[in-house]
Design a binder for this molecule. Sequence first.
Ligand SMILES: [Ca+2]
Ligand SMILES: [Ca+2]
Length: 376
Amino acid sequence: MPNGNESVALPFGGCVLVKLPIVIADIVDSITVDNVTCLDEQAKKIDHIDVKVEDLEADPVWSGVINPGNPHYRPCTSTKATFHAYDPEPCGVRQLRSVNIHGNIHKQIYFVNRNDEVRHMGEDIPFTCNIKPDQDIFVENSGNVDFEFKNVDIEVSFHLPRATRIQQVATVSFTLKITEDQQIFIQTCIPNGGLIGTQVLSNSSFETFTGCTLSDGWGQSNAAAGQPGRNSGYSVGLGGQLQNPGGTGTPCNVSAGEQASIFQNIPAAALRPGLVYEFCFWVRDNVNGQIGILENYNVEARIRFLDASGQTINSVKTERRSATQITNAWSQVCFTSNPVPEGTTSGVVEIVFIPETGNTAFVLIDDATLTVKSVT
Ligand SMILES: [Ca+2]
Ligand SMILES: [Ca+2]
């Protein structure tokens, strides 16, 4: 079990400048190539034709650099992802006018001759075709644009009008993926495995505070920082104080008759669907046989996950201790959250002091830790 005295700083990813191919367009298109092949002997019939596309290439046709009057104009401020010394204007928005597609169709024609023998004949049909994109495509730096053919397929139909002539229609279909290398800042993430065992709360020992108020990540209500802690440090009082904060400050405005709480957001970099957390803290009350203190309270600790609109997702894990279970001696409470649900954008841990009628007791909290435990 964690003793709560360690606070390991996460190596949270910062912003990193990377160069990535950004998809500009996926053009789905096809090209039809007709040809007539003369056979070197007379055929009774065509058995089949094996066909494949080779050396498929795309040569773009660009507009000039567009001027500031064009709505797609953007000033050329970034340094180039790739610099071509031969390009007089490597930076500047251009429009893709069209793409010249060329390649070669390689065929193996299997036919049956007059002697009922199967023969074959190879042929190569080079082709060139210009295609125009359906949508307007603009790029920032044409020197950084790459064209890649995906899902290339070819079908061929044929008939034999005369014994030595084959009419063929080949249809080459493809997706032309157009990407542009762009430099962007990305947020790096720690792999899940690197998070396991990490304590993610700040000021987990409550040693940092200003007057009655905890600093460094904690929010609070009806709470008093700077109370006597475990291990000779400080703790935080919920609903009351044993001493003025730090033993020297002015009294905190706290009441044993009202609900009190401390709470802290789970760091976003440690919040991932599927992870679970163990929340542990130490608690004691101020009841040590004194006459006149009425104990009638509960303490609830909760781990909540929230969606983008700030609504709690139905995954709150609650752990409750009664005034009887909490004594004048420090004891530890630990429990494990539900797995972080999909759609979570934030998470909160909180410890809530809930007084009932007539209560005059309060509690102290120390060494609250939230440790990433496992991945489901
Ligand atoms: Ca402490
Ligand atoms: Ca008690």
